[in-house]
Design a protein around this ligand. Structure first.
Ligand code: SF4
Length: 498
């Protein structure tokens, strides 16, 4: 049996569906963020139903597919005008339609998504699969729509105004265009999942190569797939996708096979050099880039949350809520040969169930008012400030006015230093084990930003008791502090080779 989610999974990566059917044991536990997204998807689905008060839900989970399909036909024939989870079944294909609405000329399929807009590459074939099966069951489609969250909605703190919380976008023309291709695609997927071997992913179809396929990130089968990537694979050069694809298309997988005169950016060339020589590669600019840092230097990191549905009155869906920062401060240019450096640490964590933004920004302003450079890792921190300025958070414009003091430490690392052991990446999680092997996130209760977000969201939603919240705050402080300490270690490593 092939469901619409199986269909879209296989279109994304055929191997993923095959593995989930044939080797479910190698699947890792679903990440907390993905679980949270599922939970939110369910909440949003329930709210969406309220937009259609006359709707009836087909109890597919109680009845099973066959009985649910029969029940759907019965309700449609009986004159019901709106059905939720309307189920259609034929030739080993099954589709459950979020909202099926009767119109003058037939039925409209409405797909509900907890997103901010219609994302054609992701959503279109999902809806088209349903529409195709619906038509094959002998019904007339009058239209197809995508119902998503409207980010302009402002919650007043009372009952949800579902007419304004959602936007319904007309996507019939797009669906009609791709409808003819669906039966063949579905048949081919059904055929491939019945094969003894999984569909080829490394060879004929470079875009399925697990190492350059964007869906590998966060995939529950990544641990199964990525160890198969040889240690000298071009993946570890961190080349631009277009270059990787071209090399793979020409059958070049090993770094040793990369033509020496291949056009690369300076940072790619540095990484290539580090791999070929198996020694760290340093750019001549490193010295001058480090000399731009003014002391006191503040090394900062933020933790944020972007709840799909507003948590506080006056907020819109997906509003950015920064709730924590950590800052290590080097008061003067350090002499790294002295082991006991004087490095200060400050932090902020909003420990209340209220909007954290103003307290966040005011405490940050106080911390950085002493002047000097503000080092961040990648441009996320600046994006957060820009968004707060846009949302009118008092004080955010004052931090934005200090952007000329901001220096991206990751950019310095990317531009000026490469080590094959970074495996083509410059995230803190990849770099720290190389530059400071004794430091690790593995012993922490919170080990990454996703976990921090999910846990904090649960606290804001009132899902944690006092003791749990206290433990969470301690875990968050420890985690964020390690992030900025890791930046200190990276700065130290860069200074050592400059
Ligand atoms: S890790 Fe990548 S190649 Fe492997 S199943 Fe997942 S998406 Fe497919």
């Amino acid at each position: 049996m092939l469901s619409k989610s199986d269909f879209t999974t296989a279109l994304d990566c055929p191997k993923k569906l095959w593995l989930s059917r044939h080797m479910p044991d190698v699947k890792e536990a679903t990440a907390p963020t993905a679980l949270r997204r599922m939970q939110i998807g369910t909440e949003v689905g329930l709210l969406a139903k309220r937009r259609f008060p006359s709707g009836i839900t087909v109890p597919v989970w109680e009845l099973g597919n066959e009985a649910a399909a029969a029940k759907t036909e019965e309700l449609m024939a009986a004159g019901q005008d709106v059905l939720f989870e309307a189920t259609f079944l034929q030739d080993d294909l099954v589709a459950r339609v979020d909202v099926l609405k009767r119109e003058d000329s037939g039925w409209r399929i409405i797909e509900v998504k907890a997103t901010t807009k219609y994302k054609k590459p992701v959503h279109l074939l999902d809806v088209a699969f349903q529409a195709s099966l619906f038509a094959r069951c002998g019904h007339t489609l009058s239209g197809a729509s995508l119902m998503h969250i409207d980010t302009n909605y402002v919650w007043d703190g009372g009952d949800w105004d579902v007419d304004n919380l959602f936007q319904i976008e007309e996507i019939t023309d797009d669906v009609v265009k791709v409808l003819p291709q669906i039966p063949d695609q579905a048949a081919s997927i059904l055929n491939s999942i019945n094969q003894a071997e999984y569909p080829p992913v490394d060879g004929e179809a470079p875009y399925y190569d697990p190492v350059i396929h964007s869906s590998c990130k966060g995939c529950e089968f990544a641990k199964h797939c990525t160890p198969r990537v040889p240690a000298d694979h071009i993946y570890y050069l961190g080349l631009h996708h277009s270059r990787s694809k071209k090399l793979l298309a020409n059958g070049i997988r090993a770094i040793g096979g990369v033509p020496k005169d291949l056009k690369m950016s300076d940072t790619e060339r540095l990484r290539y050099q580090a791999f070929v020589t198996q020694k760290p590669a340093v750019s001549g600019d490193l010295d001058s880039r480090l000399a731009e840092i003014q002391y006191p230097a503040h090394l900062i990191d933020f933790e944020t949350l972007r709840p799909d549905l507003p948590l506080f009155a006056g907020h819109s869906p997906f509003l950015m809520l920064p709730f924590q920062w950590s800052c290590h401060t080097l008061n003067a240019a350090p002499d790294w040969s002295v082991t006991d450096q004087s490095i200060g640490h400050s932090e902020f964590l909003h420990q209340h169930r209220s909007d954290p933004r103003e307290a966040f920004i005011q405490s940050l302003l106080a911390q950085t008012s002493t002047g000097g450079s503000i080092l961040h890792y990648h441009d996320f921190e600046k994006q957060v400030i820009n968004e707060m300025v846009k949302d009118g958070v008092p004080g955010a414009d004052q931090v934005q006015a200090m952007f000329d003091r901001f220096i991206d430490l990751r950019k310095i690392l990317e531009d000026c230093y490469a080590d094959a052991k970074f495996l083509g990446k410059t995230s803190i999680k990849n770099v720290l084990p190389v530059v400071a092997p004794t430091l690790s996130y593995s012993g922490l209760n919170i080990q990454n930003g996703d976990q921090a977000q999910v846990a904090y969201a649960r606290m804001l939603a009132g899902e944690l008791g006092d003791d749990q919240a206290k433990q969470l705050f301690a875990d968050l402080l420890e985690y964020c502090k390690l992030d900025t300490w890791a930046m200190v270690e990276i700065l130290k490593a860069l200074s050592a080779v400059a």
